[in-house]
Design a protein around this ligand. Structure first.
Ligand code: AMP
Length: 326
């Protein structure tokens, strides 16, 4: 699929001496895996090219994948090809220099409501950007090189963004890509140990929080983590944000929402759903994302209440017109 744009991307990479790769802020497994995976493929294939990762933030729980290496200087940008992965909009990129290169390419699987780049390859139905990088490798496998290290980065992003192959978008194509990565000798046991094992204190925190989950009238599950709660437990924002998964299997709660108070008082909203689409709701509150996994920000208690009321109305409408799992 999309062979023409992939061919153009391949040619742009092939003819560039310097390639700089970036992703979105507050990175997840897919953002880190796809950028590190593509960088590794390009370094293996083209040892003479200068390949950089350039990002302004990092994620503790993905530190096991290793460092992103030395960042490029301003001079390195002068004739560089810049590739941004897993990022729907320019303002979410974790690198304020992306427009300083010779050419900008977007490779992404988010809903493309704010396109950018001189070349853009977006497939919204893909389960992850890592799947797209793997597909790119498979399209040019006679010219590109992959090894166990690159496959480990890409497999980590595939399993995290697809909810371990459970979410919508995980299809036969996803499995074919996963198989190609596993054939390189990915150590899945070690990846899953890193992804699943938590400190005992986190387990106890989750147990306490389960009692604080609330349901709206129509069944939207939600949980609010205040700054004070985070401080009391010495939790990072990243650790607190994982609570969204505590609500993912409540029958009838086809939408679930974590409200996470930032240090500046604004509230990061993590929206998740089954069957019902929440992406549009997220766009009403300074956000966006995927049909069933989106993010947003609210700036007051009133806006927070309005978002919950809108989610409740959305679920109510869905339940009026559908049966099953309700
Ligand atoms: P999160 O809850 O932060 O994991 O985000 C879920 C999905 O929505 C991810 O694919 C994010 O990249 C995307 N997302 C999160 N926040 C925003 C935002 N403010 N604007 C657009 N997309 C977002």
């Amino acid at each position: 699929m999309n062979l023409e744009v992939k061919q153009k991307i391949f040619e742009a990479i092939h003819s560039s001496e310097t390639v700089i790769i970036s992703r979105h802020r507050r990175p997840d497994g897919d953002a880190v895996g796809s950028t590190m995976g593509l960088a590794r493929i390009l370094r293996l294939t083209y040892p003479k090219k200068r390949v950089f990762l350039d990002n302004e933030d990092a994620s503790d729980y993905l530190a096991f994948l290793g460092s992103e290496g030395e960042r490029p200087t301003d001079a390195d940008y002068e004739n560089a090809l810049v590739i941004v992965l897993d990022t729907g909009t320019l303002d979410r990129i974790s690198n304020c220099r992306v427009l300083n290169g010779r050419m900008l390419i977007k490779i992404d699987h988010h809903i493309d409501d704010k396109p950018f780049g001189d070349l853009s390859w977006v497939e919204e139905e893909r389960s992850s950007a890592c799947e797209m990088v793997t597909d790119f490798y498979l399209s040019f496998r006679d010219k590109l090189k992959l090894d166990a290290e690159a496959a480990t980065y890409l497999y980590t992003g595939m399993v995290t963004d697809s909810g371990r192959f459970r979410y919508r978008g995980s299809d036969a194509g996803t499995m074919r890509c996963a198989a190609a990565l596993l054939e390189q000798g990915v150590d899945t046991e070690t990846i899953f140990a890193h992804l699943y094992m938590d400190d005992f204190s986190i387990l106890r925190f989750h147990a306490a929080l389960t009692n604080r989950i609330r349901l709206t009238e129509s069944g939207v599950a939600w949980l609010r983590i205040s700054r004070a709660m985070r401080r009391r437990r010495s939790l990072s924002m990243e650790e607190a944000s994982n609570v969204v998964s505590l609500m993912d299997s409540i029958k009838g709660s086809l939408i679930w929402i974590a409200l996470l108070e930032n240090d500046d008082g604004s509230v990061r909203v993590r929206l998740r759903s089954r069957f019902v689409e929440v992406q549009e709701l997220a766009t009403h509150y300074h956000g966006g994302g995927h049909a069933c996994a989106s993010g947003a920000t609210v700036y007051s208690r009133e806006e927070e209440a309005a978002l919950l009321a809108e989610a409740d109305a959305l679920l109510k409408r869905y339940k009026e017109t559908h049966t099953g799992w309700l």
